[in-house]
Design a binder for this molecule. Structure first.
Ligand code: GUN
Length: 324
């Protein structure tokens, strides 16, 4: 199928199916979830005499990671969750980081442990993630939690894919019996996303860089989830008119030539700030073809932190005997 022309001059799209697509508002869903957290935090305090506790380990001084981590601990504290950030130097060894994680595993007032990724290249990330006690693994990255998810048993689930499910459910978008296509097979998003959609009785396909005729497979999707980390890589060719499109990507575009291909709104934002955020899906194509879609920013992004808070509370509830 031929590629569409870039969107520097808006053109009517022959496949356009409705004037206004429904925008799936991640900020609204985040606020709902955070509101639901508050009474649960109080119940943990009433039962145990202490709030849920979250420890975030940030190795080194990557500016983007620093922003993410600050947002996590700020949100925790605004809810009344105890938050602690541990910031070892980028030169820390795998062994020393293992000791640090093991010490957190033993601290009774810490219910959740999150090791911010990516870790420096010299650190064995898998060994570190495997060292987090599964009952404190609020990222849901430990093999025990991945295994529990894959057999449909209760456990801590990865935050971003859980956030996608919440967005769909809270906008009354049915999943059972629908064709869901997940683009991306990461352990953090793609694979658990597929498992969670399966749990909701969707018929699930996982695509990746070696998928033959990716656009054709994507066009079978009633629900299309893009999680590949490539700006605007999913275009009109990939979207069945009327599909629900969930864009997990958050990519900073710093190149004006690229910004020019993203439509007038993104280009104007770029020209104001010299950079613009775009998802993995072309924003104009998505808005024109999808019946409903998540914007970037303001879609899936806000949910990740909300689900981290919920996981921390869930871990605390189990640890203080409020949940089995
Ligand atoms: N880096 C980017 N996303 C994530 C996440 O969800 N969890 C952690 N620990 N690190 C990340």
């Amino acid at each position: 199928m031929p590629r569409k022309a870039p969107h520097s001059t808006p053109q009517p799209n022959p496949r356009k199916i409705k004037e206004v697509a429904q925008i799936l508002d991640g900020n609204k869903v985040r606020d709902q979830i955070l509101d639901e957290c508050r009474p649960r935090i109080q119940r943990v305090i009433d039962r145990s005499g202490r709030p849920p506790g979250l420890a975030v380990v940030l190795v080194g001084a990557d500016p983007a990671s620093q922003v993410y981590v600050r947002n996590k601990t700020k949100t925790a504290e605004s809810l009344g969750i105890y938050g602690e950030t541990i910031t070892p130097d980028a030169s820390i060894t795998t062994d020393a980081l293992l000791q640090l994680v093991r010490a957190l595993n033993l601290r009774p007032e810490i219910d959740g442990i999150l090791v911010q990724l990516p870790l420096p290249a010299h650190i064995d990330s898998r060994q570190i993630l495997n060292a987090v006690a599964p009952e404190k693994d609020v990222d849901g990255f430990h093999p025990v939690n991945a295994g529990l998810l894959s057999i449909g048993a209760p456990g801590l689930r990865p935050c971003t894919p859980s956030g996608v499910i919440e967005i769909l459910k809270r906008h009354q978008i049915p999943m059972a019996g629908r064709n869901a296509v997940v683009v991306g097979r990461s352990n953090i998003v793609g694979k658990p996303m597929a498992m969670l959609l399966l749990e909701e009785n969707a018929t699930v396909t996982i695509c990746h860089s070696r998928t033959a005729d990716l656009p054709a497979v994507c066009r079978t999707a009633d629900i299309l989830v893009a999680a590949i980390g490539r700006p605007a890589a999913i275009t009109a060719d990939h979207i069945q008119p009327g599909a629900v499109v969930i864009d997990v990507g958050i990519n900073a575009v710093t190149d004006r030539a690229k910004a020019e291909t993203l439509g007038p709104t993104k280009l104007a934002a770029f020209d104001k700030r010299g950079t613009v955020l775009v998802g993995d899906v072309h924003p104009v194509d998505m808005a024109e073809l999808a019946s409903a879609h998540t914007p970037v920013p303001g879609g899936v992004g806000p949910l990740t932190i909300a689900l981290l808070m919920r996981n921390t509370i869930e871990a605390a509830e189990r640890r203080v005997g409020l949940r089995s």
